[in-house]
Design a protein around this ligand. Structure first.
Ligand SMILES: [Mg+2]
Length: 121
């Protein structure tokens, strides 16, 4: 069965790019445009991993991360942002990985595979 991942990003272009590229990697990719939508989807469905944007209107990714780890402690979260400086912020320590956004998704793909493979062992 395909591993199911949830991509959370307020930018439609990013969501569609990630969906296309990650589906090419053989993943089942679901999308959420906001933190609120992501939490609603997590209530309804089981996911193997989340790729989470930090900067979003409404609930930001740090708050989503906090709530996810409270509720689904073992669900891996990759924070994805255009900004390097978040790496130093306290809230991001709880994430399993941190990937700086780029048009080249190689690092993101490698990180996803590493986490999914580790989980299977
Ligand atoms: Mg954003």
């Amino acid at each position: 069965m395909k591993e199911k991942i949830l991509v959370v990003d307020d930018e439609e272009g990013i969501r569609l790019l990630y969906k296309e590229e990650l589906e090419d990697e053989g993943l089942n990719v679901q999308l959420a445009a906001s933190g609120e939508e992501a939490l609603a989807k997590l209530e309804q469905d089981k996911f193997d991993l989340i790729v989470l944007d930090i900067k979003m209107p409404g609930m930001d990714g740090i708050e989503v991360l906090r709530r996810v780890k409270e509720r689904w402690k073992n669900l891996p979260v990759i924070l994805s942002t255009a900004y390097h400086h978040y790496k130093q912020e306290f809230g991001t320590w709880a994430s399993d990985a941190y990937v700086v956004k780029s048009s080249d998704l190689k690092e993101l793909k490698t990180t996803i595979k590493d986490i999914l493979n580790t989980g299977r062992k």
